[in-house]
Design a protein. Structure first.
Lengths: 326, 310, 351
């Protein structure tokens, strides 16, 4: 299966006054057409930066220092601003946490949909309006024709995020980057939006890179999941398998620290300490100071990605050579 | 706090973002240095000035209106010339600078204290008190500052005997300028307090039972002072100019108490007879002072505004 | 409720906010007064040493209840009795001081709950000084250091400012401040919802340990049902200002009765049960400015009938829970599969 999006060895740096920080380091993953990949991690793990880099929206002082980003086999990280903007509207769409940042408060939602479609697609005004109304109906907005004349502030948060989804899907993109799309919403609305996102992607064969901190959201909608820690990928694999039997000690610790709705333990498993800050990187494996299974070599050597079954795990414990030696 | 700790605090400040931006801005450094030099010169006037500008005996009518560098009847050399009463211009300007700065600083301080307190109360208590203070501010804003100052000065002049008025000229002037400047502080502080009062650290203090006065003064006030500092710096230049304008118009300080504005006024009559220095030199000093304060204030506003930080 | 040692008892608590446009606008446009019905006639009791959780979606009134109990929001009606004293009766700040010493609060946002201009030592000492429990000096310093150690920070942190700490550490500082006056009761308003899960686990463990060691009572406000399941002994489910179901937490989570509680439990994504198909809660919460007639949940309820739209259900007792629902009362409630039946089965090769 050839990948629709292929990120290879991505490294993002942030230039500061006296030094250079590494926000994302050696991140590689593929997303196939129609696949939903979840990128999960704690705040500061570099997941949003990765999404921003794919969208070509990194802003000074952050910049891509190494690696390649391929979309449909074509390199996009070297495109100029205009070509990237055309690609972003047409082939790659974005959904952000706060719907108000994606919607223009001074334009009706109908005008925003129509303008976006007419910029990127060859449609007449009437065709675009017709299609905008159909899209609003599809994302579950009641009385879509009347709603075309509404302004974003006249709608609730859940309705706005539906409009954002309509806007993301209006030019039939092949890839959607969704950065914490439901974090600002209540659980019942979150479930509605996630269902909608999944259904629309399944129907259209759209690929999604879903950035989130919430393992529940990952479980709900994704096919594959990539776990990030301190700017690096620690584990990538099929969602069901990774949630049931994570291989990396960090992923395992993360799963164990989530309270269980149906089982009450006196004490939760906890990972001691906290993720290293960008300005104090840890040599070797970034997780080793907090890892209950750390080996001597973890402090000095950074583990490469080992393939175990359908997953890739960046941990010396997964090293086939090491395991056979032990 | 021990000396070592103080040193460390200053040191960490110097490493901080604001100081970093200061070190990188030659204009700000220059403005700060000029402002500082003028402040030192003004405060040191009694020591630095060759003559006492307040002492009529030190003025010599025979030496009136000498050009810069001119030599007087009794062999005195006047570096910057003399004024129509035979006062040494350099001394008069140093003393004038002192008066201008004192009036400017005091009126800004008075306006800031009044405005901050009113803004704190309006923002925190809301309701009728807020409506009352803010409508008063609206009324105040619909008069130009100079008009209010003229009004207060005029009332004070007619209500008091002239000897008493001359004695109280400085406090009256300070009150008049402060009365026209407090609104800006009150409005800014009120807006900031509206945000801060519902922040959780204020709620935590309320839950603990900390008194309202303490919440306002120890919790909220320190968190709204940054913008106040910026307004105060920019206002300082405005206040000095207002004082000079009033003194130039003859409603500020009497001519026995030189300020930069009254010096310009005195010299104004003689500009066309060729004695330019009496007006021009204090005028230039005024420009230098307000320019350096203004530039520093602008820089400070940008440096403290996180949205402009790159 | 039968509780042998009740520390807090809330009786018909009602909180309404005036959301009217300003007088001038009302006169010009003819708009009427508008009232937000934030909390309506809520009753519950909290037993000493236990954790009572209030859950619900945003705008359901759970945070308003927390703030009313913490004394920073005045009730419109009803009474709150804390350690046997009616706290609505306090006229002056001084009269309320003993109550405030015994009741502290932890907030949601670790970045807003600490004064950014204060050093940690001063922040943690504030409740002690406010209540005159100690005078400034070496003993106070020792006490602050001890509090910081209790929550897992170093005594040397007293001289630092809040911005030098991570979110989890700041929440620890908040907890140290809340413990400073030796309270019996701590209101925890979404204490971990701004934290990452691994940090959340640390804070929840800390809260449980402190409860064990000091016999603390918690009122926990949370939208996260997994956190509630982990922490709460008793819980109340709120919808649009009213308690729709309350009682033993384990029972409600395992055998929810109210249709809203059932749908809420089904809606929560569970990382241990990926891709499960389940019922969805449709529609959105109506505006508290104009709550629906009868049962507030009836426009979204799959079991609603004409009576639900007309008549407000009164709470009835079912085992260890109180439920306000006509469908439960009339026995129209469908049976429900055990909640954890469709949980993830771990593949056999998970070695």
């Amino acid at each position: 299966m050839s990948a629709l999006l292929s990120v290879q060895g991505l490294r993002v740096e942030i230039a500061q006054r006296h030094r250079v920080l590494t926000a994302v380091d050696d991140v590689s993953f593929d997303i196939a057409a129609g696949e939903i990949l979840g990128v999960v991690g704690e705040s500061g793990a570099g997941k949003s930066v990765t999404g921003t880099a794919v969208l070509g929206l990194l802003e000074r002082p952050a910049y891509q220092a190494a690696g390649r980003i391929l979309f449909d086999g074509r390199r996009i990280d070297t495109l100029d601003e205009d070509a990237m903007r055309a690609l972003r509207g047409r082939e790659i769409a974005a959904v952000f946490q706060d719907p108000l940042t994606s919607l223009d408060p001074l334009m009706t939602i109908g005008d925003q949909l129509v303008e976006t479609m007419r910029t990127h697609l060859d449609l007449t005004q009437a065709e675009a309006v017709e299609r905008a109304a159909r899209l609003l109906a599809e994302v579950g907005i009641p009385a879509p024709r009347e709603r075309l004349a509404s302004y974003p502030h006249e709608m609730s948060g859940g309705m706005r995020q539906r409009v954002v989804l309509a806007l993301a899907f209006c030019c039939e993109p092949r890839l959607i980057i969704a950065d914490e799309p439901t974090t600002a919403l209540d659980v019942s609305i979150q479930a509605q939006i996630l269902d909608l996102l999944r259904a629309m992607c399944r129907e259209r064969g759209t690929a999604v890179m879903l950035v989130t901190h919430d393992m529940g959201v990952i479980a709900e909608v994704t096919d594959h999941v990539a776990v990030m820690y301190a700017g690096r990928l620690v584990e990538v694999g099929p969602t069901r398998r990774l949630l049931a039997a994570a291989a990396h000690p960090y992923t395992r610790g993360l799963m164990a620290s989530i309270p269980d709705m149906y089982r009450r333990d006196e004490e939760l498993m906890q990972i001691p300490g906290s993720m290293p800050r960008l300005d104090a990187p840890v040599p070797g494996c970034a997780f080793h100071p907090r890892c209950p299974q750390a080996l001597a070599r973890c402090a000095g050597e950074r583990p490469p990605s080992f393939t175990t079954g359908a997953s890739q795990v960046a941990c010396w414990l997964a090293d086939p050579a090491g395991r056979s030696a032990a | 706090m021990s000396l070592v700790e103080m040193g460390r605090t200053v040191g960490s400040w110097w490493q901080g973002d604001v100081a970093y931006r200061f070190r990188r801005s030659p204009v700000a450094i220059l403005a700060a240095l000029v402002g500082l030099a003028l402040l030192v010169a003004a405060m040191g006037a009694p020591v630095l000035a060759p003559y006492d500008a307040f002492d009529p005996a030190a003025a010599n009518a025979a030496d009136a209106r000498l050009p810069p560098g001119g030599e007087g009847l009794f062999g005195d050399t006047y570096l910057l010339g003399t004024d129509p009463q035979g006062r040494d211009m350099l001394s008069a300007m140093l003393y004038g600078l002192r008066t201008s700065l004192v009036v400017g600083l005091a009126s800004v301080a008075a306006a800031a204290i009044a405005g901050v307190l009113l803004g704190l109360m309006a923002g925190y208590f809301g309701g009728v008190l807020d409506a009352f203070i803010m409508r008063a501010a609206d009324v105040q804003l619909s008069f130009p500052a100079i008009l209010i100052a003229l009004l207060i000065d005029g009332v004070a002049r007619t209500a008091m005997p002239s000897a008493l008025h001359a004695e109280l000229a400085v406090p009256i002037l300070i009150a008049a300028i402060a009365a026209s400047f407090w609104v800006q502080y009150a409005r800014t502080v009120r807006g900031l307090v509206l945000v801060e009062r519902s922040r959780e650290y204020v709620l935590a203090a309320k839950v603990t039972g900390v008194s309202t006065a303490r919440i306002l003064l120890t919790h909220i006030l320190p968190n709204v002072l940054g913008p106040v500092l910026v307004i105060a710096t920019i206002n300082l230049a405005l206040a000095i100019l207002t004082e000079s304008t009033l003194s130039f118009l003859g409603v500020g300080l009497p001519s026995t108490q030189p300020s930069l504005g009254s010096l310009v006024r005195i010299g104004n009559e003689f500009v066309f007879s060729g004695d330019w220095w009496i007006s021009a030199l204090p005028g230039l000093l005024l420009v230098l002072l307000s320019l350096s304060v203004n530039i520093f204030g602008d820089w400070l506003r940008d440096a403290l505004n996180p949205k402009l930080a790159s | 409720m039968v509780a042998k040692d009740t520390i807090l008892s809330v009786d018909r608590l009602t909180v309404r906010f005036d959301a009217s446009p300003p007088l001038l606008k009302r006169l010009v446009t003819g708009a009427g007064r508008r009232t937000v019905h934030a909390v309506e006639e809520v009753d519950f009791e909290v037993a000493r040493g236990s954790t009572f959780a209030l859950v619900g979606e945003s705008g359901c009134g759970k945070s308003t209840i927390a703030r009313t109990i913490a004394g920073i929001q005045a009730p419109t009606g009803g009474s709150i009795s804390f350690m046997g004293v009616d706290i609505a009766g306090f006229r002056t700040r001084h009269a309320a001081m003993p109550y405030r010493r015994n009741l502290q609060m932890i907030f949601q946002d670790p970045y807003a709950s600490l004064n950014p201009r204060w050093r940690i030592g001063r922040i943690v000492a504030e409740p002690i000084l406010t209540h005159g429990l100690m005078k400034p000096g070496a003993a106070l310093k020792a006490r602050v250091a001890e509090l910081l150690e209790t929550v897992g920070l170093s005594p040397g942190d007293t001289a630092k400012f809040p911005h030098q700490f991570s979110g989890g550490q700041r929440q620890r500082i908040s907890i140290a401040r809340a413990l400073a006056s030796n309270p019996a009761f701590v209101v925890c308003d979404e204490p971990t919802s701004a934290l990452d899960v691994s940090v959340q686990a640390q804070i929840l463990n800390l809260m449980k340990r402190l409860q064990r060691e000091r016999g603390l009572t918690y009122l926990l406000i949370s939208h996260n049902l997994a956190v509630v399941a982990h922490m709460a002994d008793a819980m109340g489910v709120m919808y649009l200002g009213r308690l729709v179901e309350q009682g033993n937490a384990a029972q409600i989570l395992a055998r929810p009765l109210h249709p809203y509680t059932r749908l809420l439990l089904d809606t929560v994504p569970n990382p241990r049960a990926p891709n499960r198909a389940r019922a969805r809660l449709s529609g959105e919460v109506p505006s508290p400015l104009a709550p629906p007639s009868g049962c507030a949940f009836h426009p979204r309820c799959p079991l609603a009938n004409a009576r639900c739209a007309r008549e407000r259900p009164q709470p009835i007792r079912v085992e260890a829970a109180l439920v306000a629902c006509h469908a439960v009362e009339e026995g129209r409630l469908p049976s429900r599969p055990r909640a954890n039946e469709n949980c993830l089965a771990i593949p056999g090769d998970a070695a």
